[in-house]
Design a protein around this ligand. Structure first.
Ligand code: RB5
Length: 183
């Protein structure tokens, strides 16, 4: 196992509990700093609660990358992607795991313990943790243009426009006053 990213956070619901525990053990032994956000047993629980706990650790900077496990990986990825600042990739193959780091700057990976086994999960996560962001993404070419960003641009443009109209209008008044006064 390679070691580029050091700080990891993992979480699961009851369905992903055993897979998550196996990965926590594996990464801890491999020398990663691992935060385990639960769940702590295979008793039925709500996956969005654990997805949110994990997202908070990424957004606070306590962890660089996150791993979410549930039955399918679908619910966890949906829940995580509702959180601002989170780009969670739902994938079950090595190629997608590498590509989503390279091209989408994904900060979380989600998969299903009812879909893949531990050996496949290990290979997928290894690829995810060690892939490099490609230059285009690093320079923002593929960055998502969120609704919030669009609104900010609109607000900024409106302020500039109102300012310009104000300046033009004022200078016209000034010119009129000057011509009346005769200067
Ligand atoms: C739990 O039974 C299951 O619904 C959950 O782990 C997950 O697969 C949801 O997406």
């Amino acid at each position: 196992m390679r070691l580029k990213t050091k700080k990891l956070v993992l979480a699961s619901d009851h369905a992903g509990f055993y897979l998550k525990n196996a990965l926590v053990k594996l990464f801890t032994e491999a020398g990663y700093d691992v935060i385990d956000c639960g769940t702590d047993s295979d008793s039925s629980c709500d996956y969005p609660v654990f997805a949110e706990k994990l997202c908070d650790k990424i957004n606070s900077g306590e962890a660089e990358l996150g791993i979410l496990c549930c039955g399918t990986g679908i619910g966890m990825s949906m829940a995580a992607n509702k959180v601002k600042g989170i780009r969670c990739a739902h994938c079950h193959d090595v190629f997608s795991a590498e590509a989503t780091r390279q091209h989408n700057d994904a900060n979380i990976i989600a998969f299903g313990a009812r879909v893949i086994g531990i050996a496949t999960a290990e290979m997928i996560v290894d690829e995810f943790l060690n892939a490099e962001l490609v230059t285009e993404v690093a320079f923002g070419r593929y960055r998502f243009k969120s609704k919030g960003q669009f609104e900010k641009v609109l607000l900024f443009s409106s302020v500039i426009l109102v300012g310009l109209v104000g300046i033009i209008f004022k200078s016209e008044i000034l010119t009129t006053i000057c011509s009346i006064v005769g200067i």
